[in-house]
Design a binder for this molecule. Structure first.
Ligand code: FPP
Length: 266
């Protein structure tokens, strides 16, 4: 198993020497997170530090996304949810919003072959119907063309906000209760989960936020109740598989108790 991963991750050539290989070798393939969520942050700062326009920071961020999708897929992670555009991001200058929307379409058309080759299925969460038509067409194309893939699900959070998601779920629960389709006394956490965009997807086990920020920023508010958080000062455009491996090793060394006691203390 370990040797197979080494070559898929492109680490095969320097098997015995690199820090990446050491990190990788300390991973337990049976304890990988099923669902990883990432707040892709720091594109603007990365560009500013280099005297470049912010748009080039976002473009460089696409390279990181490609590398992380490839790595998650090679490791056998089930779900990767990335925060690509929040409901608050509309407040940015129109030119930056347009750049992000263009990059999204460009990414989907350019990466389709590789996504299919790696058995990756593309899905979305968020108010997709409010996105520009070009973005919606690219998303519909990618979802349709990867529909039968059974490996990693790449979940793109677009025009997404956690509070908005919960508000919409509550409205729909209210409608279904009024229509007699749902008994209010039977509403439980599973039923609520089933009304969210992420219905049917397990909650994230690991939430990663690069760029030194330590906020949740309205991302997957309900779903991260028991997620392990991992922060990194690395800006998203510099984030690569070695950083993901570092996060995974750290995750595997944590004791997840879900509010209970560690086994040794029972
Ligand atoms: C936050 O960095 C990042 C975003 C708002 C957009 C994330 C988008 C990408 C990585 C590229 C395209 C995505 C797809 C799906 C192709 P920031 O701009 O807030 O950075 P800053 O805090 O340093 O200003």
């Amino acid at each position: 198993m370990v040797c197979g991963w080494l070559s898929v991750l492109g680490l095969g050539k320097n098997k015995n020497s690199s820090p990446e290989v050491d990190l990788y070798k300390s991973l337990d393939s049976d304890k990988l997170p099923v669902h990883i969520a990432i707040i892709m942050d720091g594109n603007g700062r990365w560009a500013t530090q280099r005297g470049l326009p912010r748009a080039l920071g976002h473009r460089a961020g696409v390279d990181s996304l490609r590398d992380i999708v490839r790595t998650c897929s090679a490791l056998g992670v089930g779900f990767l949810t990335v925060y690509a555009f929040s409901t608050e991001n509309w407040k940015r200058p129109a030119e930056e919003v347009a750049t992000l929307m263009d990059l999204l379409a460009e990414y989907l058309y350019k990466e389709l072959n590789e996504l299919n080759k790696n058995n990756v299925r593309v899905k979305t969460i968020g108010r997709i119907d409010e996105l520009p038509v070009k973005s919606r067409e690219a998303l519909a194309m990618a979802e349709k063309e990867t529909l039968r893939n059974t490996g990693l699900t790449l979940n793109l959070a677009l025009n997404y906000g956690g509070r908005n998601e919960i508000t919409e779920a509550v409205k729909q629960i209210g409608r279904d209760a009024s229509a007699g389709k749902l008994n209010p006394d039977e509403i439980d956490e599973n039923i609520i989960s089933g009304y969210l965009y992420t219905a049917g997807i397990p909650d994230p086990d690991l939430l990663i936020r690069p760029s030194g920020e330590k906020r949740i920023s309205n991302f997957l508010l309900w779903q991260v109740a028991y997620a392990e958080f991992w922060y990194s000062p690395v800006l998203w455009p510099d984030f690569r598989k070695e950083h993901l491996l570092e996060a995974l090793v750290d995750y595997q060394n944590r004791q997840r108790r879900f509010g209970g006691l560690h086994q040794s203390k029972r």
